[in-house]
Design a protein around this ligand. Structure first.
Ligand SMILES: Nc1ncnc2c1ncn2[C@@H]1O[C@H](COP(=O)(O)OP(=O)(O)OP(=O)(O)O)[C@@H](O)[C@H]1O
Ligand SMILES: [Mg+2]
Length: 244
């Protein structure tokens, strides 16, 4: 576990939507006893998964805190047992024209003020100033990778676009028989230069799951939850190693 005076910022990002960013960010934040920062303004993201309706808040705590700037008070976190501490998203983030540098400076200052070992940031898919800012301040950028043809094409573009960031690739939604040509393509792309985490299997029940507590912190988990949680914990260990 990291020294709380040097929190690590871990940003989960991907060019494509629906590749498991939010699920991964949520479980990593819980496994690492970290803060989950939700920068995805779309409905159905981490904030809703946590059990908070972003539409119920008149103002976005993130936007208020950005107005105060990096010297100002850090936004207050939402807390609940067996869930990561949350800085919620808000629909106003969509049209907010946030400056990437301001977000980066503020996230760095807030990470220190929150005094938690990790800050895990979930992002909106594709390039946007919020994601850019969260990547600038990140000690590690975690990229979920689905082993499919189009997804691997997108990954090639990401690896060149994200050059200069410390990356951890996480194979996810991996079927029981992993498609060998994509496994090989991933290995070739990483080339020993980019860290690759242990895979997360395809767990179809995750899509239909009603209970939204983090898998890694569920008390008395059933067999399948235990198996999935072990995979997410193994990725969290890779994050700790990659953060150094
Ligand atoms: N390992 C997995 N196995 C099976 N389904 C998964 C897995 N991880 C996530 N899912 C499911 O896939 C869907 C997309 O996941 P998630 O919302 O985490 O992706 P995302 O990249 O954040 O999407 P978006 O781009 O819309 O924000 C969800 O229904 C989720 O429950
Ligand atoms: Mg998402």
């Amino acid at each position: 576990m990291q020294n709380s005076s040097h929190p690590r910022v871990v940003t989960v990002a991907a060019a494509k939507g629906g590749v498991g960013k939010t699920t991964l960010a949520y479980e990593l934040a819980a496994a690492l006893s970290g803060v989950l920062v939700d920068l995805d303004w779309d409905a159905g993201g981490a904030t809703r998964m946590w059990g908070f309706d972003p539409l119920s808040a008149a103002r976005a705590p993130l936007l208020d805190a950005l107005e105060r700037g990096p010297e100002g008070r850090a936004p207050r976190l939402k807390r609940r047992p067996n869930q990561p501490a949350l800085l919620p998203a808000h629909p106003d983030l969509a049209a907010s024209r946030i400056d990437a540098d301001l977000l980066s400076d503020c996230l760095g200052a807030w990470a220190a003020a929150w005094e938690m070992p990790y800050v895990v940031v979930d992002t909106h898919p594709g390039a946007n100033p919020l994601t850019d800012g969260a990547m600038q301040v990140a000690d590690l950028v975690v990229v979920p990778v689905v082993l499919g043809a189009r997804e691997m094409d997108a990954l090639e573009a990401i690896v060149s676009d994200y050059a200069g960031y410390r990356l951890l690739l996480v194979p996810t939604m991996v079927p029981p028989v992993p498609p060998r040509r994509f496994v090989e393509r991933l290995a070739a792309l990483a080339g020993g230069q980019i860290a690759v985490a242990p895979p997360i299997s395809e767990h179809r029940w995750i899509r239909r799951r009603l209970r939204r507590a983090a898998l890694v912190t569920q008390p008395n988990p059933g067999v399948r939850v235990r198996a999935a949680a072990a995979e997410f914990r193994a990725v969290a260990e890779s994050v700790e190693v990659a953060c150094g």
